[in-house]
Design a protein around this ligand. Structure first.
Ligand SMILES: [Mg+2]
Length: 163
């Protein structure tokens, strides 16, 4: 039984600093799109997020888009923009997509962190795969079901505290 507390909780992705990743031996990030890099309907990330992605790349951090989107179109367009590999229909919290991404990046799960906005997909799947889990406050607060999602996540919205 895994209690899906994330290792770290950030206000947004740009708060994740390269120094922290280097210290922890994290060489790659698996990135969720919706609610994490941008709002669910945004065609591309903000300027700040694009700059953060460039910073990560310049620091030698490998990037991979790991999305549960059913259509490949949105996932691929984000991946093209960022210039990284990608996977749609990942069925997070299944470990399948996480481990496939690790293999494609040539990195061990312990060298990877998932960056996502949801406890029961991103965080749970990352923990089950042996990865560091970096949760961000969702940008999808405008969704009608957001309060419900937040409510069911409440018990686990605390950092693990062992990082
Ligand atoms: Mg998301």
């Amino acid at each position: 039984m895994i209690f899906p507390f994330p290792h770290k909780i950030y206000d947004d992705v740009t708060c994740i600093r390269p120094g922290f990743l280097h210290e922890r031996g994290i060489k790659g990030l698996l990135l969720d799109i919706d609610g994490t890099l941008a709002q669910t309907r945004d065609p591309q990330p903000s300027k700040e997020v694009r700059e953060w992605l460039e910073l990560m790349k310049s620091e030698g951090i490998k990037l991979f888009i790991l999305s549960n989107n059913k259509s490949p179109v949105r996932t691929e367009s984000y991946a093209r923009l960022i210039g990284c590999d990608w996977r749609h229909k990942s069925r997070k919290p299944s470990t399948l997509g996480f481990l496939d991404a690790a293999e494609r990046l040539g990195l061990k799960p312990s060298e990877l962190a998932i960056v996502g906005d949801q406890i029961y997909t991103d965080v749970l799947g990352g923990l089950r795969s042996g990865m560091t889990t970096l949760m961000v406050q969702s940008t999808d607060t405008y969704l009608w079901y957001f309060p419900l999602r937040r409510f069911v996540e409440l018990p686990f919205r605390f950092e693990r505290g062992n990082i």
